[in-house]
Design a protein around this ligand. Structure first.
Ligand SMILES: Cc1cc2nc3c(=O)[nH]c(=O)nc-3n(C[C@H](O)[C@H](O)[C@H](O)COP(=O)(O)OP(=O)(O)OC[C@H]3O[C@@H](n4cnc5c(N)ncnc54)[C@H](O)[C@@H]3O)c2cc1C
Length: 339
């Protein structure tokens, strides 16, 4: 029998550490429990929010509906070839713990994604990525439950429509599918190690060690620890904005006025510009307003120093966006889900 609680504080359930209440709150540990939940009046009559680790969410107010906390657990090998292994992972497993499991087992493919907070189930939602690797590179299929019909559905990698911090689950299927597991294909031999990010190479060279699944994972962990605030110490949700992609002619115009503007060629005639650089140029880095602010070492990360509200962080994000727009004529899009 599932338990639905009322008026539950969400502070411990979001990495910004924002105080907000859920009118109803329920933890789901199995597919069967979800099917049972779908039949309750609370599910049928209220809006719902699926919650993983709360590391990509900003609550700007109380949630006047049902929060469904994902806690399905389990890791199962489903297939093996000479060079690969397929692993089905339940959506409530913690992403970084699973990465560590793979590093221990010498399974390659996700070592560059070490230390990203959150759950397995949320990873396909925004196609998590870091240091030259994205989840889409290893996803075989995503399995979920259709919240209208209660039926199980499976999506192949192509059907997930993955893009830069994008997938079908953020658009056509937003809030329609409860992801119950993700199956990944990882390498057991002939690993394709990715050291394309200069920072990884620098750490390996500095320590005079050659790339391996373990050394890349260790390098990524040390780089991330030196650059990103730990949500256990300072509330945050990682990068608040996506890196914008602008037209090449717009980029060339900006380059005349701002010769140091960085840009990375994207799809035809488009250039990706680091949002952190734009925000830094507008002098937001390290700024603090009461208990919210922009992190001193990483301008893309907005922080809650303790008792900041979601509304204050949202207002800061809007102020940053409008100053970036007026300086560069570039619109920033939040990566964080704002509620
Ligand atoms: C310090 C820090 C660093 C970060 N670095 C990175 C990074 O390098 N790269 C990166 O891509 N992200 C990064 N993030 C963002 C975040 O870790 C990822 O987006 C992560 O996948 C979110 O997982 P979560 O379980 O916390 O999701 P939540 O925040 O709980 O949810 C995110 C979204 O997914 C939905 N959702 C969650 N679980 C399910 C499910 N089972 N079924 C259906 N919908 C679901 C939610 O409704 C919500 O819309 C970082 C965050 C922090 C705090």
């Amino acid at each position: 029998m599932i338990k639905i609680e009322k008026d539950v504080s969400l502070r411990a359930y979001n990495t910004f550490g924002i105080e907000a209440k859920a009118r109803y709150f329920c933890t789901i540990r199995s597919e069967d429990q979800l099917i049972e939940l779908i039949d309750t009046p609370e599910f049928k009559n209220e809006a719902h929010l699926i919650l993983g680790g709360g590391s990509n969410i900003l609550f700007t107010k109380d949630y006047e509906g049902l929060v469904i906390k994902v806690n399905l657990r389990g890791i199962e090998i489903t297939d093996q070839t000479t060079d690969t292994i397929s692993v089905n992972v339940k959506s409530g497993e913690v992403w970084h713990e699973f990465v560590m499991h793979c590093v221990d087992k010498q399974w390659g493919g996700i070592e560059n994604l070490s230390l990203i907070p959150g759950t397995i189930g949320a990873a396909p939602i925004q196609n998590i990525g870091a240091y030259g690797v994205e989840l889409k590179d290893v996803v075989q299929r995503v399995t979920g439950i259709d919240l209208d019909s209660g039926l199980s559905q499976t999506f192949t990698n192509a059907e997930c429509n993955f893009g830069y911090r994008e997938s079908i689950f953020k658009h056509a299927l937003k809030e329609k599918i409860f992801i119950s597991s993700v199956t990944l294909t990882l390498t057991t031999n002939n690993h394709k190690l990715n050291t394309s990010y200069g920072a990884i190479t620098s750490v390996l060279e500095e320590k005079k060690i050659s790339p391996s699944i373990k050394t890349i994972s260790d390098a990524v962990i040390s780089i991330r620890r030196s650059k990103l605030p730990d949500p256990m110490t300072i509330g945050n949700a990682g990068s608040f904005f996506k890196n914008p992609t602008i037209r090449l002619d717009h980029f060339n115009e900006l380059k005349k006025i701002h010769p140091t503007i960085p840009g990375y060629p994207s799809e035809n005639q488009y250039v990706k510009v680091p949002a952190g650089w734009l925000i830094e140029q507008c002098n937001w880095k390290g700024k603090r307003f009461n208990d919210v602010g922009v992190h001193a070492h990483q301008a893309l990360v907005l922080v809650n120093y303790g008792n900041g509200s979601g509304e204050e962080i949202f207002q800061l994000a809007k102020n940053i966006s409008s100053s970036v727009h007026s300086t560069f004529n570039i619109d920033l899009t939040p990566e964080v889900n704002i509620l």
